[in-house]
Design a protein around this ligand. Sequence first.
Ligand code: C5P
Length: 235
Amino acid sequence: KPTVIITVDGPGGAGKGTLCQLLAAELNFALLDSGALYRLTALAADKQAVDFDNAQALATVAAELDVRFDAGEPGQGVTTWLQGEQVGAELRTEKTGAQASVVAAVPAVREALLQRQRDFAQSPGLVADGRDMGTVVFPAATVKIFLTAGAKERAMRRYLQLKDKGVLSEKQLQGDGQSGTLARLLEEINLRDERDTNRKTSPLKPAEDAQVIDSTEMSIEEVKDQVLQLLAART
Ligand code: C5P
């Protein structure tokens, strides 16, 4: 039986991460969080005080990245190890996300991470979360999803995710702090989407054969059911 691959691409905050975790758990598939590889490359580069304008140095960091993902118990979330040290909440901050999108625009970095991503494919299947999963990394995927949501909704989802991960301070959680934080998140997400969409190498865009799902008015469970129906129709 060939390995089934489901790719989920789309802009930040659309709910890709949650969707992919649900799909992987339900189907008993492996999970590739490709964004984490770009985030970890950025964190490692930052730690090693690498100049973010130095493409060659960034590519070396990506090629030598020593990472380990521990799936843990269902619902517990993944534990990530970088260079033997456990990575905390810094992995998910918008600062790291912004740095990741700078690093991700470097072609040599993408090249260095390509095979590592393909190695995640394993029987019976893989759910791959990212920006270029359906276009570049797994062009022959079984089902390709491009997940979007309105910008405000994405900012709100990202806000709740950061809150959930304990990344936000008390001040950011209350009154003016909350609306200010939301407005800033919206700005940061838009900036990152713009950079991801306009870069030359592997820009963020739906694969020609991708199913575009606008999840603004949908629950993540509804999105999951739609993907499972698409999968059933193709396997
Ligand atoms: O999905 P996540 O927010 O973790 O991704 C962080 C950044 O990594 C994205 O903004 C994007 O620049 C980059 N990325 C990418 N290609 C992927 C996954 C993530 O360029 N497949």
